[in-house]
Design a protein around this ligand. Structure first.
Ligand code: UD1
Ligand code: UDP
Length: 354
Protein backbone atom coordinates (compact mmCIF):
# COMPACT_ATOMS: atom_id res chain seq x y z
CA UNK A 1 0.00 0.00 0.00
CA UNK A 2 1.37 3.39 -0.98
CA UNK A 3 0.19 6.54 0.82
CA UNK A 4 1.10 10.05 -0.24
CA UNK A 5 0.93 12.38 2.76
CA UNK A 6 0.59 16.11 2.19
CA UNK A 7 1.94 18.47 4.87
CA UNK A 8 2.80 22.12 5.01
CA UNK A 9 1.92 23.85 8.28
CA UNK A 10 3.07 23.51 11.88
CA UNK A 11 0.10 21.58 13.33
CA UNK A 12 0.27 19.12 10.44
CA UNK A 13 3.85 18.17 11.29
CA UNK A 14 2.79 17.36 14.84
CA UNK A 15 -0.21 15.29 13.70
CA UNK A 16 1.80 13.49 11.04
CA UNK A 17 4.54 12.57 13.52
CA UNK A 18 2.00 10.48 15.41
CA UNK A 19 0.37 8.86 12.37
CA UNK A 20 3.52 8.24 10.30
CA UNK A 21 5.20 6.41 13.14
CA UNK A 22 2.36 3.87 13.18
CA UNK A 23 1.36 3.51 9.53
CA UNK A 24 4.95 3.10 8.38
CA UNK A 25 5.04 -0.26 10.11
CA UNK A 26 2.85 -1.62 7.30
CA UNK A 27 2.58 1.03 4.62
CA UNK A 28 4.91 2.74 2.16
CA UNK A 29 4.49 6.41 2.93
CA UNK A 30 5.83 9.25 0.81
CA UNK A 31 5.76 12.72 2.36
CA UNK A 32 5.17 15.91 0.39
CA UNK A 33 6.05 19.13 2.25
CA UNK A 34 4.38 22.01 0.42
CA UNK A 35 6.64 24.60 2.06
CA UNK A 36 3.68 26.60 3.37
CA UNK A 37 5.65 27.01 6.61
CA UNK A 38 9.38 27.39 6.07
CA UNK A 39 11.08 29.19 8.98
CA UNK A 40 13.25 26.75 10.92
CA UNK A 41 11.15 27.27 14.06
CA UNK A 42 7.90 26.68 12.12
CA UNK A 43 9.05 23.57 10.26
CA UNK A 44 12.52 21.95 10.61
CA UNK A 45 12.41 21.92 14.40
CA UNK A 46 9.39 19.56 14.35
CA UNK A 47 10.95 17.16 11.86
CA UNK A 48 14.09 16.95 14.02
CA UNK A 49 12.46 16.84 17.44
CA UNK A 50 9.66 14.42 16.52
CA UNK A 51 11.68 12.20 14.19
CA UNK A 52 9.40 12.80 11.24
CA UNK A 53 10.91 11.19 8.16
CA UNK A 54 12.50 13.66 5.75
CA UNK A 55 9.99 14.69 3.07
CA UNK A 56 10.36 12.84 -0.23
CA UNK A 57 9.25 15.99 -2.03
CA UNK A 58 9.67 19.58 -0.87
CA UNK A 59 7.66 21.99 -3.02
CA UNK A 60 9.05 25.21 -1.54
CA UNK A 61 5.84 27.14 -2.22
CA UNK A 62 6.15 29.60 0.69
CA UNK A 63 3.75 32.41 1.55
CA UNK A 64 1.32 34.18 -0.77
CA UNK A 65 -2.29 35.04 -1.35
CA UNK A 66 -4.66 32.11 -1.01
CA UNK A 67 -5.23 31.57 -4.74
CA UNK A 68 -1.58 31.69 -5.72
CA UNK A 69 -0.40 29.60 -2.78
CA UNK A 70 -3.09 26.93 -3.16
CA UNK A 71 -2.88 26.93 -6.96
CA UNK A 72 0.88 26.43 -7.05
CA UNK A 73 0.56 23.56 -4.58
CA UNK A 74 -2.22 21.99 -6.65
CA UNK A 75 -0.16 21.96 -9.85
CA UNK A 76 2.89 20.46 -8.18
CA UNK A 77 1.00 17.86 -6.15
CA UNK A 78 -0.80 16.75 -9.30
CA UNK A 79 2.54 15.99 -10.98
CA UNK A 80 3.65 13.95 -7.98
CA UNK A 81 0.42 11.94 -7.89
CA UNK A 82 0.82 11.18 -11.60
CA UNK A 83 4.38 10.00 -11.01
CA UNK A 84 3.81 8.05 -7.80
CA UNK A 85 0.28 6.65 -8.40
CA UNK A 86 -0.48 6.27 -4.67
CA UNK A 87 -3.38 4.18 -3.31
CA UNK A 88 -4.36 7.10 -1.04
CA UNK A 89 -3.64 10.76 -0.55
CA UNK A 90 -3.62 11.60 3.16
CA UNK A 91 -4.38 15.14 4.31
CA UNK A 92 -4.68 16.73 7.75
CA UNK A 93 -6.89 19.49 9.09
CA UNK A 94 -7.88 22.63 7.27
CA UNK A 95 -4.99 24.56 5.77
CA UNK A 96 -4.36 25.57 2.18
CA UNK A 97 -2.00 22.57 1.93
CA UNK A 98 -4.92 20.33 2.94
CA UNK A 99 -7.21 21.67 0.24
CA UNK A 100 -4.54 21.58 -2.47
CA UNK A 101 -3.69 17.96 -1.70
CA UNK A 102 -7.33 16.90 -1.62
CA UNK A 103 -8.24 18.71 -4.81
CA UNK A 104 -5.28 17.29 -6.74
CA UNK A 105 -6.23 13.78 -5.62
CA UNK A 106 -9.94 14.17 -6.37
CA UNK A 107 -9.29 15.26 -9.95
CA UNK A 108 -7.15 12.16 -10.47
CA UNK A 109 -9.66 9.86 -8.72
CA UNK A 110 -7.26 8.91 -5.97
CA UNK A 111 -9.03 8.15 -2.67
CA UNK A 112 -8.53 10.91 -0.10
CA UNK A 113 -8.11 10.23 3.59
CA UNK A 114 -8.98 13.30 5.65
CA UNK A 115 -7.77 13.25 9.22
CA UNK A 116 -9.66 15.73 11.41
CA UNK A 117 -12.72 15.59 9.16
CA UNK A 118 -16.09 17.06 10.08
CA UNK A 119 -15.03 20.08 12.12
CA UNK A 120 -17.09 23.19 11.60
CA UNK A 121 -17.06 26.72 13.02
CA UNK A 122 -19.97 27.76 10.77
CA UNK A 123 -18.05 30.89 9.82
CA UNK A 124 -17.20 30.79 6.14
CA UNK A 125 -15.12 33.95 6.44
CA UNK A 126 -12.44 31.77 8.00
CA UNK A 127 -10.13 30.29 5.35
CA UNK A 128 -9.99 27.11 7.46
CA UNK A 129 -13.78 26.62 7.26
CA UNK A 130 -13.77 26.79 3.46
CA UNK A 131 -10.81 24.43 3.27
CA UNK A 132 -12.36 21.84 5.53
CA UNK A 133 -15.83 21.90 3.97
CA UNK A 134 -14.42 21.45 0.47
CA UNK A 135 -12.01 18.75 1.58
CA UNK A 136 -14.71 16.79 3.39
CA UNK A 137 -16.99 16.85 0.37
CA UNK A 138 -14.38 15.15 -1.85
CA UNK A 139 -12.87 12.77 0.71
CA UNK A 140 -13.23 8.99 0.66
CA UNK A 141 -12.37 8.24 4.28
CA UNK A 142 -13.47 10.95 6.68
CA UNK A 143 -11.71 10.30 9.95
CA UNK A 144 -13.40 12.38 12.62
CA UNK A 145 -12.05 13.21 16.10
CA UNK A 146 -15.43 13.56 17.85
CA UNK A 147 -19.11 12.68 17.62
CA UNK A 148 -19.84 16.35 16.96
CA UNK A 149 -17.76 16.09 13.80
CA UNK A 150 -19.74 13.03 12.70
CA UNK A 151 -22.98 14.93 13.32
CA UNK A 152 -21.73 17.90 11.29
CA UNK A 153 -21.11 15.58 8.35
CA UNK A 154 -24.51 13.93 8.78
CA UNK A 155 -26.07 17.39 8.60
CA UNK A 156 -24.32 17.85 5.24
CA UNK A 157 -25.55 14.43 4.07
CA UNK A 158 -22.12 12.81 4.22
CA UNK A 159 -22.28 9.36 5.79
CA UNK A 160 -20.18 7.01 3.66
CA UNK A 161 -16.60 6.44 4.81
CA UNK A 162 -17.17 8.39 8.04
CA UNK A 163 -15.55 7.10 11.27
CA UNK A 164 -14.89 8.48 14.72
CA UNK A 165 -11.25 7.55 15.31
CA UNK A 166 -10.51 10.02 18.10
CA UNK A 167 -8.09 12.90 17.96
CA UNK A 168 -4.61 12.33 16.64
CA UNK A 169 -3.32 15.29 18.68
CA UNK A 170 -4.15 13.29 21.79
CA UNK A 171 -1.90 10.48 20.49
CA UNK A 172 0.84 13.07 20.02
CA UNK A 173 0.48 14.44 23.54
CA UNK A 174 0.46 11.00 25.17
CA UNK A 175 3.55 9.94 23.23
CA UNK A 176 5.55 13.08 24.03
CA UNK A 177 4.36 14.24 27.42
CA UNK A 178 6.95 12.44 29.52
CA UNK A 179 9.74 13.76 27.36
CA UNK A 180 8.28 17.25 27.63
CA UNK A 181 7.88 16.92 31.41
CA UNK A 182 11.50 15.88 31.82
CA UNK A 183 12.61 19.11 30.15
CA UNK A 184 11.96 22.26 32.15
CA UNK A 185 14.61 24.19 30.25
CA UNK A 186 12.07 26.50 28.71
CA UNK A 187 10.74 27.53 32.13
CA UNK A 188 14.25 28.19 33.39
CA UNK A 189 15.28 29.96 30.20
CA UNK A 190 12.27 32.26 30.30
CA UNK A 191 12.43 32.64 34.09
CA UNK A 192 8.92 31.23 34.57
CA UNK A 193 7.45 29.65 37.67
CA UNK A 194 4.95 26.84 37.22
CA UNK A 195 1.32 27.96 37.53
CA UNK A 196 2.37 31.58 37.81
CA UNK A 197 2.03 32.76 34.20
CA UNK A 198 -0.43 32.92 31.34
CA UNK A 199 0.48 31.37 28.00
CA UNK A 200 -0.68 33.28 24.94
CA UNK A 201 -0.87 32.29 21.26
CA UNK A 202 -2.70 34.35 18.62
CA UNK A 203 -2.36 33.80 14.89
CA UNK A 204 -5.71 33.21 13.18
CA UNK A 205 -6.33 35.48 10.20
CA UNK A 206 -9.78 36.42 11.57
CA UNK A 207 -7.94 38.21 14.41
CA UNK A 208 -4.55 39.21 13.02
CA UNK A 209 -5.93 40.67 9.80
CA UNK A 210 -8.38 42.93 11.64
CA UNK A 211 -6.72 45.89 13.34
CA UNK A 212 -9.68 46.50 15.67
CA UNK A 213 -9.80 42.92 16.89
CA UNK A 214 -6.04 42.94 17.52
CA UNK A 215 -6.26 46.24 19.40
CA UNK A 216 -9.06 44.87 21.56
CA UNK A 217 -7.02 41.74 22.39
CA UNK A 218 -3.91 43.77 23.23
CA UNK A 219 -5.98 46.13 25.41
CA UNK A 220 -7.07 43.09 27.40
CA UNK A 221 -3.44 41.98 27.83
CA UNK A 222 -2.60 45.49 29.11
CA UNK A 223 -5.31 45.14 31.78
CA UNK A 224 -4.15 41.71 32.97
CA UNK A 225 -1.28 42.18 35.44
CA UNK A 226 -0.13 38.53 35.43
CA UNK A 227 3.10 37.46 33.82
CA UNK A 228 2.31 36.57 30.20
CA UNK A 229 4.49 34.58 27.83
CA UNK A 230 3.71 34.71 24.12
CA UNK A 231 5.54 32.60 21.53
CA UNK A 232 4.57 34.75 18.60
CA UNK A 233 3.55 33.35 15.21
CA UNK A 234 5.31 35.10 12.29
CA UNK A 235 1.98 36.14 10.79
CA UNK A 236 1.08 38.01 14.00
CA UNK A 237 4.53 39.55 14.32
CA UNK A 238 4.36 40.94 10.77
CA UNK A 239 0.81 42.23 11.19
CA UNK A 240 1.55 43.99 14.50
CA UNK A 241 4.56 45.66 12.89
CA UNK A 242 2.33 46.83 10.02
CA UNK A 243 -0.20 48.24 12.50
CA UNK A 244 2.57 49.94 14.49
CA UNK A 245 1.49 48.29 17.78
CA UNK A 246 4.19 48.17 20.43
CA UNK A 247 4.12 45.05 22.56
CA UNK A 248 6.87 46.25 24.89
CA UNK A 249 4.41 48.73 26.38
CA UNK A 250 2.21 45.93 27.73
CA UNK A 251 3.13 45.24 31.39
CA UNK A 252 4.62 41.86 32.23
CA UNK A 253 4.41 40.56 28.65
CA UNK A 254 7.27 38.40 27.40
CA UNK A 255 7.22 37.85 23.66
CA UNK A 256 9.40 34.99 22.46
CA UNK A 257 10.01 33.26 19.13
CA UNK A 258 7.83 30.24 18.24
CA UNK A 259 8.99 27.24 20.25
CA UNK A 260 9.31 23.54 19.46
CA UNK A 261 6.58 21.08 20.37
CA UNK A 262 8.18 19.73 23.56
CA UNK A 263 8.79 23.24 24.88
CA UNK A 264 5.21 24.11 23.94
CA UNK A 265 3.82 21.14 25.86
CA UNK A 266 5.91 22.19 28.82
CA UNK A 267 4.69 25.80 28.59
CA UNK A 268 1.07 24.61 28.32
CA UNK A 269 1.20 22.12 31.18
CA UNK A 270 2.77 24.61 33.57
CA UNK A 271 0.62 27.60 32.66
CA UNK A 272 -1.98 29.00 35.04
CA UNK A 273 -4.27 29.64 32.08
CA UNK A 274 -3.96 29.71 28.32
CA UNK A 275 -5.28 32.46 26.08
CA UNK A 276 -5.39 31.46 22.43
CA UNK A 277 -7.13 31.42 19.08
CA UNK A 278 -5.39 28.24 17.95
CA UNK A 279 -7.38 25.08 17.29
CA UNK A 280 -4.64 22.74 18.47
CA UNK A 281 -3.79 24.75 21.58
CA UNK A 282 -7.44 24.75 22.75
CA UNK A 283 -7.36 20.96 22.72
CA UNK A 284 -3.94 20.69 24.32
CA UNK A 285 -5.14 22.97 27.13
CA UNK A 286 -8.01 20.52 27.66
CA UNK A 287 -5.69 17.48 27.59
CA UNK A 288 -3.39 19.18 30.12
CA UNK A 289 -6.40 20.25 32.23
CA UNK A 290 -5.33 23.86 32.09
CA UNK A 291 -8.22 26.37 31.79
CA UNK A 292 -8.38 28.09 28.44
CA UNK A 293 -9.76 31.37 27.11
CA UNK A 294 -10.40 31.38 23.37
CA UNK A 295 -10.43 34.77 21.70
CA UNK A 296 -12.64 33.75 18.81
CA UNK A 297 -16.36 34.08 18.09
CA UNK A 298 -16.81 30.37 17.39
CA UNK A 299 -14.89 27.23 18.09
CA UNK A 300 -15.08 23.96 16.23
CA UNK A 301 -13.90 22.22 19.44
CA UNK A 302 -17.20 22.63 21.30
CA UNK A 303 -16.46 19.74 23.67
CA UNK A 304 -13.83 21.89 25.37
CA UNK A 305 -16.44 24.46 26.43
CA UNK A 306 -17.92 22.17 29.09
CA UNK A 307 -17.92 23.75 32.56
CA UNK A 308 -15.84 26.69 31.37
CA UNK A 309 -12.80 24.48 30.73
CA UNK A 310 -12.56 26.73 27.69
CA UNK A 311 -14.33 30.11 27.66
CA UNK A 312 -15.16 31.61 24.29
CA UNK A 313 -14.87 35.39 24.52
CA UNK A 314 -14.52 36.74 21.02
CA UNK A 315 -12.21 39.76 21.10
CA UNK A 316 -14.16 41.98 23.49
CA UNK A 317 -11.60 43.41 25.93
CA UNK A 318 -13.82 43.20 29.02
CA UNK A 319 -14.92 39.64 28.24
CA UNK A 320 -11.31 38.49 27.83
CA UNK A 321 -10.25 40.09 31.12
CA UNK A 322 -13.27 38.64 32.95
CA UNK A 323 -12.66 35.15 31.55
CA UNK A 324 -8.98 35.23 32.50
CA UNK A 325 -9.89 36.33 36.03
CA UNK A 326 -12.72 33.84 36.45
CA UNK A 327 -12.00 30.94 38.78
CA UNK A 328 -13.05 27.71 37.12
CA UNK A 329 -12.87 24.13 38.34
CA UNK A 330 -14.10 21.95 35.47
CA UNK A 331 -14.16 18.18 35.63
CA UNK A 332 -12.32 17.06 32.52
CA UNK A 333 -13.85 14.01 30.87
CA UNK A 334 -12.10 12.21 28.02
CA UNK A 335 -13.89 13.23 24.82
CA UNK A 336 -11.09 13.01 22.27
CA UNK A 337 -10.60 9.25 22.02
CA UNK A 338 -8.16 6.89 23.68
CA UNK A 339 -4.85 7.98 22.21
CA UNK A 340 -4.88 5.14 19.68
CA UNK A 341 -6.14 7.14 16.72
CA UNK A 342 -3.14 6.32 14.51
CA UNK A 343 -3.73 2.57 14.91
CA UNK A 344 -7.36 3.09 13.87
CA UNK A 345 -6.24 5.06 10.81
CA UNK A 346 -3.98 2.19 9.75
CA UNK A 347 -6.72 -0.40 10.28
CA UNK A 348 -9.17 1.62 8.16
CA UNK A 349 -6.67 2.05 5.33
CA UNK A 350 -6.12 -1.72 5.27
CA UNK A 351 -9.84 -2.46 5.47
CA UNK A 352 -10.61 -0.09 2.58
CA UNK A 353 -8.04 -1.65 0.26
CA UNK A 354 -9.09 -5.17 1.19
C1 UD1 B 1 -1.86 28.57 8.43
C2 UD1 B 1 -3.27 28.02 8.25
C3 UD1 B 1 -4.00 28.06 9.59
C4 UD1 B 1 -3.22 27.35 10.68
C5 UD1 B 1 -1.79 27.90 10.73
C6 UD1 B 1 -0.97 27.07 11.69
C7 UD1 B 1 -4.22 28.46 6.02
C8 UD1 B 1 -5.19 29.27 5.26
N1 UD1 B 1 -4.02 28.83 7.31
O1 UD1 B 1 -2.00 29.92 8.81
O2 UD1 B 1 -5.26 27.42 9.47
O3 UD1 B 1 -3.84 27.58 11.91
O4 UD1 B 1 -1.19 27.81 9.43
O5 UD1 B 1 0.11 27.76 12.20
O6 UD1 B 1 -3.67 27.52 5.51
N2 UD1 B 1 5.16 33.15 7.80
C9 UD1 B 1 6.50 33.28 8.01
N3 UD1 B 1 7.23 32.12 8.09
C10 UD1 B 1 6.69 30.88 7.97
C11 UD1 B 1 5.32 30.78 7.75
C12 UD1 B 1 4.56 31.93 7.67
O7 UD1 B 1 7.05 34.38 8.11
O8 UD1 B 1 7.43 29.88 8.07
C13 UD1 B 1 4.35 34.40 7.76
C14 UD1 B 1 4.28 35.05 6.37
O9 UD1 B 1 4.25 36.42 6.55
C15 UD1 B 1 2.95 34.57 5.85
C16 UD1 B 1 2.12 34.50 7.12
O10 UD1 B 1 3.03 34.09 8.13
O11 UD1 B 1 2.40 35.41 4.89
C17 UD1 B 1 0.96 33.54 7.05
O12 UD1 B 1 1.39 32.23 6.69
P1 UD1 B 1 0.35 31.19 6.02
O13 UD1 B 1 0.99 29.88 5.92
O14 UD1 B 1 -0.23 31.79 4.79
O15 UD1 B 1 -0.83 31.13 7.04
P2 UD1 B 1 -0.82 30.95 8.62
O16 UD1 B 1 -1.30 32.22 9.21
O17 UD1 B 1 0.48 30.41 9.08
N1 UDP C 1 2.90 24.95 18.79
C1 UDP C 1 4.28 24.81 18.92
N2 UDP C 1 5.02 25.94 19.14
C2 UDP C 1 4.46 27.18 19.23
C3 UDP C 1 3.06 27.29 19.09
C4 UDP C 1 2.30 26.17 18.86
O1 UDP C 1 4.80 23.71 18.86
O2 UDP C 1 5.21 28.17 19.42
C5 UDP C 1 2.10 23.74 18.55
C6 UDP C 1 0.97 23.51 19.53
O3 UDP C 1 1.45 22.84 20.68
C7 UDP C 1 -0.02 22.68 18.72
C8 UDP C 1 0.18 23.22 17.32
O4 UDP C 1 1.44 23.89 17.30
O5 UDP C 1 0.36 21.31 18.72
C9 UDP C 1 -0.91 24.19 17.00
O6 UDP C 1 -0.61 24.84 15.82
P1 UDP C 1 -1.11 26.30 15.49
O7 UDP C 1 -1.55 26.99 16.71
O8 UDP C 1 -0.04 26.95 14.69
O9 UDP C 1 -2.32 26.03 14.46
P2 UDP C 1 -3.83 25.59 14.64
O10 UDP C 1 -3.90 24.42 15.54
O11 UDP C 1 -4.59 26.78 15.11
O12 UDP C 1 -4.23 25.26 13.24
Amino acid sequence: MKVLTILGARPQFIKAAAVSRVIREEVTELIVHTGQHYDANMSDIFFEELNIPKPDYHLGIGSGNHGKQTGEMLAKIEEIILTETPDFVLVYGDTNSTLAGALAAAKLHVPIVHIEAGLRSFNKKMPEEVNRILTDHISTLLLCPTDTAIQNLTNEHISEGVYNVGDVMYDAVLYNKELAASSTTILERENLTAKDYLLITIHRAENTDDVDRMKSILDAFSQIPDKKVWPIHPRTKHKLEDYGFKLDQIPNLYVIEPVGYLDMLSLETNAKKIVTDSGGVQKEAYFAEVPCVTVRDQTEWVETLIEDANILTGTDTDKIVAAVNKKVTPSYTPVFGDGKTSEKVLALLKEYLA
